[in-house]
Design a protein around this ligand. Structure first.
Ligand code: ZN
Length: 173
């Protein structure tokens, strides 16, 4: 709803001019006097449709709304907007809840350990909750704590990556 759709005398005048109709002609067609036409065309915003104005509007085939009507339309749109925002908020809350639940489940999930045992077979024990390995294969480990321990892990990982790259390279040749 735009302001221009509010019912005004100027709107009526513009509608009449658009049809190249004189005030006298509009008066004749509606059965009112030319003074009445002039009176309504000089009015600003028109609050309620009276008989004469309604007749002019219909004679000119205009579609315009009274101010109270326009306000009701705006109010309706505001309600729609508020409703949509409430809905979006509910969807957001539901997504956050699912994500939280997923994180909580991951923290308790137990998978097959799979670490290579001394016999060369994969370990068949379940991992510690939320970890990848069982308690015998580092599932309870909280990672290296000392600088020396961290360096050792970093070195082991570098070695492992280097070996992996070498083997991939071999496959590619
Ligand atoms: Zn294990």
């Amino acid at each position: 709803m735009t302001r221009s759709e509010v019912l005004t005398g100027a709107k009526l005048r513009a509608g009449r001019k658009a049809l190249r109709m004189s005030q006298a002609e509009l008066a004749r067609r509606t059965g009112y006097s030319r003074d009445t036409v002039r009176y309504w065309e000089k009015k600003g915003v028109i609050e309620a449709r009276c008989g004469a104005f309604q007749a002019f509007v219909e004679a000119l085939g205009l579609r315009i709304y009274s101010r109270s009507n326009a306000r009701a339309r705006i109010w309706g749109l505001t309600l729609l907007q508020a409703e949509r925002e409430r809905l979006e908020e509910r969807v957001r809350a539901e997504r956050a809840r699912l994500r939280e639940r997923e994180v909580a489940k991951a923290a308790h999930r137990r998978v097959c350990c799979g670490a290579r045992t001394r016999k060369g077979r994969p370990c068949r024990l379940l991992s510690e909750p939320g970890r990848r390995r069982c308690k015998f294969h580092g599932g309870k480990s909280t990672g290296p704590r000392t600088a020396e321990g961290r360096a050792r892990i970093a070195e082991a990982q570098r070695t492992r990556w280097a070996r992996w790259r070498r083997e991939m390279g071999k496959d590619l040749k």
